[in-house]
Design a protein around this ligand. Structure first.
Ligand SMILES: Cc1cc2nc3c(=O)[nH]c(=O)nc-3n(C[C@H](O)[C@H](O)[C@H](O)COP(=O)(O)OP(=O)(O)OC[C@H]3O[C@@H](n4cnc5c(N)ncnc54)[C@H](O)[C@@H]3O)c2cc1C
Length: 402
């Protein structure tokens, strides 16, 4: 697999349109047909193929946009990041195999890491030389993250870690874990939490894959049994873990995968095109009931675009995103879950589609439908986002019974 390596990245001074044109042209010329989920040649790319694709995107100036140049980034603003994300979203390409590294671990290392950690980890993340997983949730600590029990004990200049994580996406392929631990007791709640960058090949770490409803094993339980790491694996000071975790969650809810509404729109176009290619499915689209439901989703996608622009605007003015992140998480997850449900409903109306495009769409939307069940859970369940909106945006009184 080879990609255009003679890339000329536009000078940001030449304007955002130049960057948009560059992103659009490069992606159109280089995205392999078999990676397009709307192509009849589609097949799931291997990890190596996805990594090579993402590394090429980075070399073409389409990743690491906002990261400082000294750590391998392009030193641009969130505006260029958004411009590129719109182009990425407009194509039916695979999700990143390194989004935890690029969008969660990278920013937190940049914020609290030492100079050595920044120079070691950041360029390698962008070049897709290593993958990260996020070890936050535990069997008794998901929404109530402050109840986590995984214990880190300092012994001279090393730390001993014992405990268990669960639902750790990408753990089986990860080289490093962004691990949240506790140095005190569970009663300390959000005090005494400490974050680490733990190499996943450290003795004492055991990864047990979990099979999800779509048949994939993309997440896992991770056990830590007397895992010893040097003090240099610590990210931030002891006691700073909660603040670091909240930063990670706020990135996850506000700016992670900013391309979503443009990708949802792309999926909607794929659905309509596939239906119109099949005589029986085309009749479903003729039905006013389905037309209204599609119209509703299209309107929600447009609203979500506005929300993303508002988040970017806030961040560009150095204003904290705060509960806007929860609005965004709530909105995209509910919108996409509803859309995937509608798409599944439509493509299931006809048993034997005659059109190959419609058969491809049925496969795509079956997978999307199953995965969308998790969208209102990961990165914070819907109920928690609603609580945050009620309390922080609407300033409603807290439910004292909780
Ligand atoms: C696909 C997927 C990938 C994931 N990847 C990762 C990962 O890489 N790393 C990681 O650390 N975690 C990961 N998670 C875990 C995820 O963050 C948690 O599942 C999530 O935070 C919810 O925690 P929980 O599962 O313990 O559910 P709980 O917190 O027990 O919630 C269960 C239900 O209780 C209700 N509830 C909970 N709290 C409240 C509240 N305050 N108000 C009202 N109702 C409430 C809600 O109905 C909720 O759905 C992943 C999860 C999924 C599904």
């Amino acid at each position: 697999m080879s990609f255009d390596t003679t890339v000329v990245i536009p000078d940001p001074a030449s304007g955002r349109d130049a960057y948009r044109r560059h992103a659009r042209q490069w992606l159109a010329a280089n995205l392999p047909d078999y990676m397009r989920s709307d192509s009849l040649n589609y097949r799931t790319p291997t990890l190596q193929e996805s990594s090579a694709w993402e590394a090429a995107m980075y070399r073409a100036g389409l990743a690491g946009m906002t990261w400082p140049k000294e750590y391998g980034g392009y030193g641009l603003s969130l505006r260029e990041h958004l411009v590129v994300n719109k182009e990425i979203g407009s194509l039916p390409m695979p999700e990143s195999v390194s989004s935890i590294g690029k969008e969660l671990a990278g920013p937190i290392i940049m914020a609290v890491g030492t100079e050595e950690q920044k120079r070691t980890f950041l360029p390698a993340i962008l070049a897709i030389e290593n993958y990260w997983c996020q070890g936050f949730s535990e069997p008794g600590a998901g929404s109530d993250l402050a109840g986590l029990r995984t214990k880190a004990t300092q012994e001279g200049d090393v730390w001993r870690i014992n405990g268990q994580k669960i639902w750790t996406s990408g753990a089986a392929k990860a080289h490093y874990c962004l691990l949240l631990t506790r140095t005190g007791t569970v009663a300390d709640k959000h005090r005494g939490l400490l974050m680490f960058a733990v190499p996943m090949d450290t003795p004492g770490i055991r990864v047990v894959p979990i099979k999800s409803i779509d048949g994939k094993e993309s997440f896992a339980e991770v056990f830590f049994d007397n895992v010893i790491v040097p003090d240099s694996a610590r990210l931030g000071a002891p006691d700073e873990g909660w603040d670091a975790a909240i930063r990670v969650l706020s990135i996850e809810r506000a700016t992670n995968r900013m391309y979503r509404p443009w990708r949802f729109e792309c999926e909607l176009r794929q659905l309509v095109r596939a239906c119109l290619s099949d005589a029986e499915l085309a009749k479903v689209l003729d039905d006013g009931y389905y037309q209204r439901r599609i119209g509703q989703i299209a309107a929600e996608i447009d609203g979500l675009k506005g929300l993303i622009e508002a988040v970017v605007d806030h961040l560009m003015r150095d204003r904290p995103v705060g509960a806007l992140g929860s609005l965004n998480k709530l909105y995209w997850s509910e919108c996409h879950q509803a859309f995937a449900g509608l798409a599944m409903d439509i493509v299931s109306r006809v048993h034997d589609c005659s059109s190959p495009l419609a058969r491809r769409a049925r496969k795509h939307f079956t997978t999307a439908y199953l995965f969308a069940r998790a969208e209102t859970i990961y990165a914070g369940v819907t109920e928690v986002q609603l609580d945050i909106i009620a309390q922080r945006i609407l300033k409603l009184p807290m439910d004292v019974q909780k």
